[in-house]
Every structure is written in C-alpha cells, then in structure tokens.
Design a protein. Structure first.
Length: 239
C-alpha cells in the first residue's frame, strides 16, 4: 500500500509542469484521502495501513517538491538538496521495513496484479528521484537552476528519464523469470553505449573534473539496478 501511495504521488507530481501547483496539491490530497478510505474499508483488521501510507507519501512529496525550485547560494538553501537526499534514504528504509512487517508479521496476501502495478509505478518517477538523491549524496552538484550540473539548458530531450524507468522494469521482470543472462547483457550494453562519453571525459585537461562521468555513471547505474533488484526480490518473495 505504501509503495503504491508513494509511486502514484510522484506520477501526479509530474503534472506540475502543466498545471498550477495548487491544483496538483488538491489532486494529491484527493489521492491520499482515497488511499486512507480504501484501506479502511477493504483491508481489515489492518485498515490503519492506508493512513500510514498516505502520511509517508505526503511527507515524501513535500520534501521532494523543494527540489523543483532554483537553488540559491546561501547555506540554508544549499541544505535542501541534502534534506531531499537523506529523505530518499529514509524512504527506502521505511519501504523495506513495511515489507518485512507485511511478510514476517502480518503474513499479508497481496493480489499479484496490484503488486506488479505498485512495483512498476515505483520504478518510474520515484525510481528516478531516488537515483537522483543517491547521486546528490555521492557529491553531484546542482546548477543555479536546480538541475544537474552539465545538463543542457532548455533541452527538450529527456531520454534518461524514460530509459531509466524502462531499464528498471525490464530488469525486475527478467530477474523474476530467471533470465539473468539477459540482465547481464542489458547492463553490458548500457556500459558500451556510454563508453565513448566516459572515455572522452577521462581525457579532459581539468584534473578535478576528469573522470567524474565514469563515477556518475557507476553510482547512478548501481543505484538504479539496486532498486530494480530490490523490487524483483520483493516480487519473488510475494509470489
């Protein structure tokens, strides 16, 4: 329930690019109320899980929302990315704890369709945000516009935001069905595609910046693959 609440919350948050912030917040509020009420009616005697899921999703939304605005140079403003990054770590711990609670103590029977839907949604926008937070913790800098350093200003190409979720979903499904050789081939292909960019970055004249693309690629890829592996492990246990 918490996985589904958080995942849908982040998907709704994508509408902020086209709708007023207040409208998006009203839609989010309706979603959190719907989760709470639905759990109270259909999940008994643990109907409280809906309220907990809505609370976690709301806290994650309002912390992550702070990352959408410009980043100022004051010390207080610069602490916002750290708050977001550590909240992402906290979110992963919370989701893992609730998973253990469901499996070990409550012995919850989760409908397979709902489980796949929740995990797939989690690996889309939420997966992107969690990966971004891990990159921030590793030392990745943000520009004055709040975007990652090195991003192309005004670029309409957002391939990474689409490739990442697709990659995570593919890895999760392939791992569950036991196609580990395909997973390995997918990981190798990603490295081959990015090799020219990483190789060119390693040859830069600036010794401080040289090699940062390789580190960013490794950290981001391992974080993304780790999320997919965790989702696959959860799916395998519940199935």
């Amino acid at each position: 329930m918490t996985i589904l609440a958080v995942g849908v919350t982040d998907l709704i948050g994508l509408a902020q690019a086209r709708l007023p912030v207040q409208t998006v917040r009203y839609v989010q509020l309706v979603w959190w109320v719907a989760v709470t009420v639905a759990a109270a009616f259909w999940i008994r005697p643990e109907g409280w899980v809906g309220a907990v899921a809505a609370f976690v999703a709301a806290a994650w939304y309002f912390i992550a929302e702070r990352m959408n605005g410009p980043v100022e140079q004051s010390g207080q403003a610069r602490s916002v990315p750290e708050l977001f990054a550590w909240s992402a770590v906290g979110l992963v711990v919370i989701l893992a704890g609730f998973t253990w609670l469901d499996i070990a103590l409550l012995s919850a029977a989760v409908p397979a369709g709902l489980m796949w839907l929740a995990l797939a949604i989690l690996l889309t926008q939420t997966g992107n945000r969690l990966t971004r937070a891990i990159l921030l913790l590793s030392g990745r800098e943000l520009g004055a516009d709040g975007q990652a350093a090195g991003a192309v200003p005004g670029s309409r190409l957002k391939g990474g935001r689409v490739i990442g979720p697709l990659e995570r979903i593919f890895i999760m499904v392939l791992a569950v069905v036991g196609a580990y050789h395909v997973v390995a081939a997918l990981m190798a292909a990603k490295g081959i595609v990015r090799f020219p960019e990483i190789s060119a970055d390693a040859k830069r004249d600036d010794p401080v910046q040289a090699g940062t693309k390789a580190e960013e690629f490794l950290v981001g890829s391992l974080a993304s693959w780790g999320l997919a592996g965790g989702a696959a492990l959860l799916a395998s246990i519940l199935l």
